[in-house]
Design a protein around this ligand. Structure first.
Ligand code: ZN
Length: 293
């Protein structure tokens, strides 16, 4: 499942072809993705201009000149492919393989920028919704979403307040979109390793009883911001390299410190440990029992 850095990279890749551009023609090749496409989907898009392309958690948000917002979610297997005269690019190709099978191009936008943007989604867990801008914050998919980890408001104090008294593991707490938006299995594991905190530790232990942040909360927030920032930076460079590498980046795998590295030596300087895989809440967790306490 794509996580925040991937969605942010997709956003940055689509900005040049979508922002300020008009939908000239829209093809909806099937009536639904995870949910039915909105009523009059094509009519509500064609002729509208994208005034801004933003992101909240793992949702791409295209503000339209009509006052509506096109909310897009990649689901498990969704990707965008932008084709222009000078070539093709597929923003946000990270750890997860993406389908090249054109039979799964379910929605296609023909933009006034000259780009043809196809949304490809073999498993169809993706989502496209149209919501009035004024109602977005209260939309059921948005209203409970926690703080943006790269936003200024996300701090040790805020994270500690959210984890205060929580009897779940840190891994579970950070994977909870109400605690912090956009993190999934990969970046939770990576952030916990960078912060040298065990994924099994109780979430409540990053806060005092009164809910104030302790030193662990400070370390964890710094690690989350650093891990996401690095991933987005690498995603950006992968975008620039795209044409040369034909999209087959395979770049990120080599940059994970613990994710998918069970049995390998820990990369923490001076740590003699080995990365271990355990299962928490039905998902794999990768961590180093020697340095993550
Ligand atoms: Zn270690």
């Amino acid at each position: 499942m794509p996580e925040l850095p991937e969605v942010e990279t997709v956003r940055r890749g689509l900005v040049p072809v979508m922002e300020g551009a008009r939908f000239l023609r829209v093809e909806a090749r099937r009536p639904d993705l995870r949910r039915p496409l909105p009523k009059d989907f094509i009519k509500r898009l064609e002729g509208r201009t994208v005034t801004g392309l933003g992101r909240r958690a793992k949702y791409l948000l295209a503000d339209l000149s009509s006052g509506e917002v096109l909310m897009m979610h990649l689901g498990m297997s969704g990707s965008f492919r932008a084709t222009q005269e000078e070539g093709e690019h597929r923003p946000g190709r990270f750890h997860h393989p993406r389908s090249d099978d054109r039979a799964h191009d379910h929605v296609v936008f023909h933009m006034s920028s000259g780009a043809r943007i196809a949304f490809n989604d073999p498993r169809r867990f993706g989502l496209m919704l149209l919501v009035p801008r004024a109602e977005l914050a209260e939309h059921p998919l948005m209203r409970e979403v926690g703080p943006e980890p790269l936003g200024n408001e996300f701090s040790a104090a805020l994270l500690a307040a959210k984890c205060r008294g929580k009897r779940t593991s840190l891994k579970a707490a950070l994977s909870d979109q109400k605690v912090v938006a956009g993190l999934g299995n990969i970046y939770v594991c990576e952030a916990l390793h960078r912060a040298l905190l065990s994924p099994k530790r109780l979430a409540s232990t990053i806060a005092t009883r009164a809910g104030a942040p302790n030193e662990r909360a400070e370390r964890l927030v710094d690690a989350i911001k650093a891990v996401l920032g690095d991933a987005i930076k690498a995603g950006g460079s992968s975008l620039r390299d795209h044409r040369r590498t034909d999209g087959e980046l395979g770049y990120f795998q080599h940059h994970f410190r613990v994710y998918d590295r069970a049995g390998e030596r820990c990369v923490t300087p001076g740590c003699p440990g080995t990365v271990k895989r355990i299962v928490q809440g039905g998902r794999s967790t990768f961590f180093c029992p020697a340095c993550q306490k």
